[in-house]
Design a protein around this ligand. Structure first.
Ligand code: ATP
Ligand code: MG
Length: 332
């Protein structure tokens, strides 16, 4: 079975609808056909300042949301990144074969450093893609589900793996991008030109999975649309309505044309109202399950410890080979 690695940052106390429809739903489905490694990437999260108590809570919440969505800790390796030291260790080695200019070309770094300003732009933010390469390469990953935002980082990962292999001998599996057939890309409800994101500027445009259903419904009903009345899919001319149709299709499993046809001759209000109901209903069991899991943090921590042990075993094997190839003395 191909190895698939994917992760989310515990950078907020709730995941959002984009994380859910664009990633988690696919992660769950993949469990039948691949060897999945799903990580809560807390080392990545601290590339921007985090409150320590909140970070700990967010890590548990992120893991609980993976489980509530249907990630099965028996079939998947589910763990928290900082509990497997090999990630930081391999990242160091990979950093030594990464060009300074090469890392400087990463557009996410350029974007984020501009957004945060010079003061908050750390070396950690700069080397973020190198850590991501380590995450992927430690598990002999074959496939990495990536959105547009991570495509360049995966290219860097492939370059670093190839470079290490040719310099030190075949060590790493070269991973490939995996784009699921049904990969919904969800945009901010208030600004449909920006992707919905945990660190989104507009709170009103962000559908947080653990929000009270009333808030979720209100946000969907207040989504920006346009001055026409026609429900029709057109990303360019009607980004707001198209985003709502994408959400509808992903949440219901129906094709977009079927949905658009149903709203022919009716206003945007009906579409928003019924979409709000659909999303709230779809999320209800997920929310309930997440809060149940969070009621028992000891059990959650126990599951994560088992996951970290499984992950460590695999990661340590690859790291030991890397250390050997690089010329380090054997660890005892
Ligand atoms: P941050 O703002 O902290 O970067 P994020 O919302 O971008 O948070 P990530 O943790 O970076 O979330 O990404 C987790 C996963 O969710 C990734 O697989 C990513 O591709 C996916 N994802 C994130 N945002 C969206 C979105 N708007 N639509 C679809 N998928 C998304
Ligand atoms: Mg992101």
């Amino acid at each position: 079975r191909p190895v698939v690695f994917s992760g989310m940052q515990p950078s907020s106390d709730s995941l959002h609808l984009g994380n859910y429809l664009g990633a988690l739903v696919n992660w769950v489905a993949l469990q039948d056909t691949v060897d999945p490694i799903y990580c809560v990437v807390d080392l990545h999260a601290i590339t921007v300042a985090q409150d320590p108590a909140k970070l700990r809570e967010s890590s548990r919440r992120t893991a609980a949301q993976y489980l509530a969505a249907g990630i099965d800790p028996e079939r998947s390796t589910l763990f928290v990144q900082s509990q497997v030291p090999a990630h930081a260790e391999l990242a160091w080695v990979l950093g030594t074969i990464t060009g300074f200019g090469e890392a400087g070309r990463m557009t996410q770094f350029k974007d984020k450093s501009q957004r945060y300003g010079a003061e908050s732009t750390t070396v950690g933010l700069f080397t973020y893609p190198v850590l991501m390469a380590a995450d992927i390469l430690l598990y002999e990953t074959n496939l990495v589900p990536v959105g547009d935002d991570q495509r360049q980082h995966l290219e860097l990962t492939r370059d670093l793996a190839g470079r290490f292999n040719s310099r030190y001998g075949e060590t790493f599996v070269i991973p490939e991008a995996y784009i699921p057939e049904t990969s919904a890309r969800i945009y901010d409800l208030q600004d449909p030109s920006a992707k919905m994101s945990k660190s989104a500027a507009s709170e009103a445009g962000l559908v947080r999975l653990l929000d009270d259903p009333k808030i979720t419904a209100k946000k969907i009903k207040s989504a920006v649309t346009d001055a026409e009345r026609e429900v029709r899919y057109d990303r360019q001319a009607k980004p707001g309505i198209s985003n709502l149709l994408d959400i509808y299709a992903a949440a219901s499993g129906e094709p977009i044309e079927t949905i658009a046809a149903r709203y022919e001759g009716r206003g945007y209000g009906d579409l928003k109202k019924e979409l709000a109901e659909l999303v709230v209903e779809r999320l209800e069991p997920f929310r309930t399950r997440t809060f149940e899991l969070l009621d028992d943090p000891a059990e959650l921590d126990r599951l994560l410890a088992i996951g970290a042990e499984k992950a460590s075993e695999r990661a340590e094997r690859v790291l030991a080979q890397v250390y050997e190839r690089v010329g380090f003395l054997r660890r005892r």
